[in-house]
Design a protein around this ligand. Structure first.
Ligand code: NAD
Length: 372
């Protein structure tokens, strides 16, 4: 790995720390492991094989410790965590796709709920763990179809199996925070602070999952096909994967610093005005890579799309001092340029993306870039 200048970030707390990452072979997990490695952490990943071919895990080849196994295998998880003795755990392993959750509801529930339970059980058995950051989603909120952003205190729910499994993960977490990782008992009968983090859909290079707009467009364009865009007017929040990861790492820092008030839930989303239409997105993608091929199919009625869910990120901004850095166009251009380099020059731009993001965050004065 190149320069290790990032070691000073997050007050240098990750340097030399042992970090256990579940879901390390997936899209978000690989970006997190790249960042942790550049911070000087020793990383142990635990998950199944990379979910797609190609994939960011093999492309990066980070040389971290890796165990390929199932989070439903409680004994194995306990054994691997117990032997590694991490300081902090980032739990990301999941069945993360809504559409697949309709086809495989039981498996989705088992992986996302029982898998989470198994991670917490393994932590109970491993006294070295001082912090857990458990990754859920913005879909944990009961969608009231309103225009306001959801706050951490809003009602949980989930109509599709994926959302329900993640809301259930929040309930399981709350129960563990009240029982085994009870805040009043912190420093007495246990030493672990537990948080959940809720972010929406994220974009970035290295994602080849199904039913995600940009990976679908990239895969089709590379295969020489033209993608039909059927909902050009729908708007979505667009956020680069490094944005929530900066939040997860900052929250992890606070937990490791024993700031007990952060053992709670926190939203991480883009600025409220970063919702842009799918049509604008594909135009931006095309501007940066003319190989992108799409055809807009305009619906007759321009109706507001129901079901859009937004996050209110005031808590992260005020309490954690965390802010988004890249706007939608920047996130989209970095993402599409990543795929362009991958397919046309066989180059992996992830480390450069990370450095650019850190530089821009530093210019913006983000707290996690300011050293001691
Ligand atoms: N990508 C997004 O836009 C997004 C948005 C909100 C929340 N999330 C959450 O972030 C996390 C990571 O998502 P992602 O996009 O990187 O998904 P991904 O599909 O790219 O990666 C999933 C990871 O989980 C692992 N995994 C799946 N089933 C497993 C099992 N039974 N045992 C062990 N490991 C298993 C996979 O091997 C992989 O490492 C998930 O918890 C997801 O719900 C993602």
């Amino acid at each position: 790995m190149e320069s290790l200048v990032e070691k000073r970030l997050f007050k240098g707390i990750y340097q030399g720390k042992k970090v256990f990452v579940t879901g390390h072979t997936g899209f978000k997990g690989t970006w997190l492991c790249l960042w942790l490695k550049s911070l000087g952490a020793e990383v142990m990943g635990y998950s199944l094989n990379p979910p797609t071919t190609p994939n960011h895990y093999e492309a990066l080849d980070l040389g971290i410790h890796s165990t390929i196994d199932d989070v439903r295998n409680r004994q194995k998880l306990k054994k691997v965590m117990g032997e590694f003795r991490p300081d902090i755990v980032f739990h990301m392993a999941a069945q993360p796709l809504v559409r697949l959750s309709y086809q495989e509801p039981v498996e989705t529930m088992e992986i996302n709920i029982i898998g989470t339970l198994n991670v917490y059980e393994a932590v109970k058995n491993t006294s070295s763990v001082k912090a857990i950051v458990s990754i859920t989603t913005d879909k944990v909120y009961e969608n009231k179809e309103w225009v306001w952003g959801y706050r951490e205190e809003d009602v949980l729910g989930g109509k599709d199996p994926y959302s329900a499994s993640k809301a259930a993960m929040e309930v399981v977490t709350s129960s563990y925070r009240h029982s085994f990782f009870n805040l009043k008992e912190y420093g007495k009968s246990h030493e672990t602070l537990l948080s959940t983090v809720r972010a929406g859909n994220v974009i970035g290079g290295g994602d080849w999952a199904q039913d995600r707009l940009i990976p679908d467009i990239v895969k089709a364009s590379v295969a020489g096909e033209t993608v039909s865009i059927r909902s050009p007017y729908s708007t979505r929040p667009w956020q680069h994967v490094l944005e929530p990861l900066s939040g997860y790492l900052l929250l992890g820092q606070k937990l490791l610093e024993r700031e007990i008030g952060f053992a709670d839930s926190m939203n991480f989303g883009p600025a409220p005005d970063e919702d842009i239409s799918v049509e604008k997105v594909v135009n931006i993608l095309k501007k940066y890579w003319n190989r992108i091929s799409y055809k807009i199919e305009r619906p007759k009625d321009i109706l507001h799309e129901a079901g859009l869910l937004k996050l209110d990120c005031t808590k992260a901004r005020v309490q954690l001092n965390w802010n988004p850095v890249w706007n939608a166009e920047k996130a989209l251009s970095e993402t599409i340029e990543w795929y362009k380099s991958f397919y046309e020059n066989n180059k992996i731009e992830s480390f450069n993306n990370l450095n650019d993001f850190i530089n821009d965050s530093s210019k913006q004065g983000e707290i996690w870039t300011i050293g001691e």
